[in-house]
Design a protein around this ligand. Sequence first.
Ligand code: SF4
Length: 341
Amino acid sequence: MFTFRWVNIGLSRDSHSMARRKEAPVPEQRESVVREIARLKKERKATILAHNYQLPEVQDIADFVGDSLGLSITASRLEGVERIVFCGVRFMAETASIVCPDVEVLMPEPNAGCSLSDTITAKDLRHWKSENPGAAVVAYVNTTAEVKAESDYCCTSSNAVKVLQSIPEDKEILFLPDMFLGAYASLMSGRKAKVWPGECHVHAPITAERIASLVKTHPDAETLIHPECGCMSNCLYLAKEGEIDGGIKFLSTEGMLRHVAQSRSKKFVIATEVGILYRMRKQNPGKTFIAADENAVCRYMKMTTIDKVLASLRDDVHEVKVPTQIAEKARIPIDRMLSLA
Ligand code: SF4
C-alpha cells in the first residue's frame, strides 16, 4: 500500500541539549527587552507570530501563537501591518511571505531550518513526479517554497486527512515529506498514497514502547500523539489490538490544545515537541501534562530568543522573501489548504 524509501538524515538528539544549556536573561534585562520590543512593534507596525514550539519567553511576547496552519491563516488575514516578525523556522516564514506578498517578513534567526523539510528538494520531487505521471502531489506545509511550487495541494497535520479526501478518487497520490503523517493520513482517509520516506528528527524517535510504558504508569491520563511521531503506526496497531488503552488520540498541536481545554481528564501524556507543554500548562493550570519524551526538543525552534526578536525589529533584519515566480506557483497549493481550513 505504501512505498517507503529510507533516508538517514544523520542527526543526533544529543545536539538538542543546546537549547537547555542556554541561560535565561536576568529578569530586569528581560523586562527592558520586552518593553523595547513592545515599543518598536508599535512604531514599525509589526506583528509577532510564534509557533507553539518556540521558547516560553518568545511565546510570551508574541501577538499570535499557533501551529503552522493557524499561523498561515493569521498571516493571510492581517490588516494594517507592515512587518511580520516570524518566530519559527524558515519554511513557515516563507509561507507567510507567500500569503502576504506586500508585507515584509522578518526572521529573527535566519538559520532556523527544519530537518524534515530538508529531506526533499524540488529536484527530488520533479524526479518522483516523472516516475508517477498524472499523480496528485500533496506536500505537508513543512517543505520549502520550491517544493510547494511543484505540488498540487498543501496540508498540515490538522487537515491532511481532509486534503486527501478532497482529491478525486481516480487520482494517484504522492504524499511528502513525512512518512508517519503520510501513512496516518492515508489510513484515516482511506486513500492509497505513495509516501516520501522523510521524518522529523524530533518526532521520529518517540517510540511505541515509551508510550505503552507511560500508559501503564499513568492509567488515569489521556495520551495525545502527533501523527509525525515514529510511534504512530505501532500505537494505532496496539490500540486496535487492545494492548494499550488510555484514550489514545492522534492530534495536531492545535488539536491537542483544543482537546485538553475541553476534556474532563486532569492528566495528559503529550507526544510531540516539548515546547507545546508551556502553552498547555499556562492555559490549563489545574491539569497535569507529562512529556512522552523530554528529549523531544527541536533545536531549530529554540534558536530564536527575545534578544534576536528585538534585533530583528530594531535593525530590520533578516527578511525572508520568496521570488515572485516561485511564490505564485506555491500560492496555489497553499490556497487549497487554506480553503479547507
Ligand atoms: S520539530 Fe521537526 S518538523 Fe518541526 S520544525 Fe523542528 S525539525 Fe522541523
